[in-house]
Design a binder for this molecule. Structure first.
Ligand code: IPM
Ligand code: MN
Length: 363
């Protein structure tokens, strides 16, 4: 059978460990291409601190255009202490926020689960960890307080940021959450602060109206964000899909990822209305370990798998990557970030990558 599958991928390695881990993900994608007969074309663009150094802005137009002309975007991480003192509108983080907005990526999927082989890394009490968990945070990504009006008074001694949401913005991310839940355990928990915030009351009303009219088969409940933060530690097995605003999702997803004990393994997808998505590890640019071959490439490699699954509909190719990762972990291979306390025989990032590639080629 002759298949013609060619996908154009924009690579945005960014700063710190970004280039090394996206490099590993590219090799994994090439191994997939060899094995399954699909074709990937890679084009690299700068964003973040490196773009600031090179072009004088964190998000050059060339990068936006390159991403828009691609089928999907694979990003490493942006930021670092080198750019801590640049003006606010030049911060490397602006590149990430700008890309999300420019590409219309209003939904962020952040899965967090206990990998069976890594149960001992989980920071929860053993009886809670033993129950296991597998949750998906669906975070609104282009609205809310991140993009609302902000400012200071003339004297500079008072400031404000605005949380604003429209029904349209809530509906489109909630729809994604319901659809995601249907492919999982059909349970959505909508997280808000409706006991205080008007935007949260609109959020709750809208999610329920949509749920009742279009997704009556999906179980829907609500939780205040403070309680959700507590339940993620107390009983994460309660959750399947959580859907929440930009800022609440930012906070809860860091919490959930850390609870797994292996933030170096977690991938994320940012999606909009088209099939073009932006895929990135949850961890940051970790400038302190950049260039030392310590960084765990797994989160970036799993981000590439998410790209295959969500943007290209290449499920068996994505499965192959995920299986290769699960297998190296089951073999006991550990990078520094996921080693057991006192474990001495941990391996370097490049060795982890090589082990995954080998599984990927053989399986
Ligand atoms: C994330 C990051 C970003 C965010 C920062 C770097 C702007 O924390 O992707 O979660 O807050 O969205
Ligand atoms: Mn964050």
């Amino acid at each position: 059978m002759v298949t013609e599958m060619k996908y154009k991928i924009a690579l945005v390695p960014g700063d710190g460990i970004g280039p090394e881990i996206t490099g590993a993900a590219v090799e994994a994608l090439k191994a997939v291409a060899d094995r399954f007969g699909c074709e990937f074309e890679f084009n690299t663009y700068l964003a973040g601190g490196c773009a600031l150094d090179e072009y004088g802005v964190p998000l050059p137009q060339e990068t936006i255009d390159g991403c828009l002309a691609s089928d999907s975007v694979l990003l490493g991480a942006v930021g670092g202490p080198k750019w801590d003192d640049v003006p606010n509108n030049m911060r490397p983080e602006k590149a990430l926020l700008g890309l999300r907005k420019e590409l219309g990526l209003y939904t962020n999927l952040r899965p967090a689960s206990i990998q069976p082989a890594l149960a001992e890394a989980c920071v929860l009490r053993p009886d809670i960890a033993a129950k296991g968990f597998d949750l998906m945070i669906v975070r609104e990504l282009t609205g809310g307080i991140y993009f609302g009006e902000r400012g200071r008074n003339e004297a500079g001694d008072a400031a404000y940021d605005t949380e604003a949401y429209s029904v349209m913005e809530i509906e489109r991310v909630a729809r994604r959450a319901f659809e995601t839940a249907r492919k999982r355990k059909s349970h959505v928990t909508s997280v808000d602060k409706a006991n205080v915030l008007e935007t949260s009351r609109l959020w709750r009303e809208t999610v329920h109206r949509l749920g009742a009219s279009e997704y009556p088969d999906v179980r829907l409940d609500d939780m205040y964000v403070d309680n959700a933060a507590m339940q993620i530690i107390r009983d994460p097995s309660f959750f399947d899909v959580l859907v929440t605003s930009n800022m609440f999702g930012d906070i809860l997803s860091d919490e959930a990822s850390q609870v797994t004990g292996s933030i170096g393994l977690l991938a994320s997808a940012s999606l909009g209305d088209s099939s073009r998505g932006l895929y990135e590890p949850i961890h940051g640019s970790a400038p302190d370990i950049a260039g030392k071959d310590i960084a765990n490439p797994i989160a970036a490699i799993l981000s590439a798998a998410m790209m295959l699954r969500y943007s290209f509909d290449l499920a068996k190719e994505a499965d192959a990557i995920e299986k290769a990762v699960a297998n190296v972990l089951a073999d006991g291979l550990r990078t520094a970030d996921i080693k057991a306390p006192g474990q001495e025989d941990w391996i370097k990032g490049s060795e982890m990558k090589a082990a995954i590639l080998e599984k990927l080629r053989k399986n």
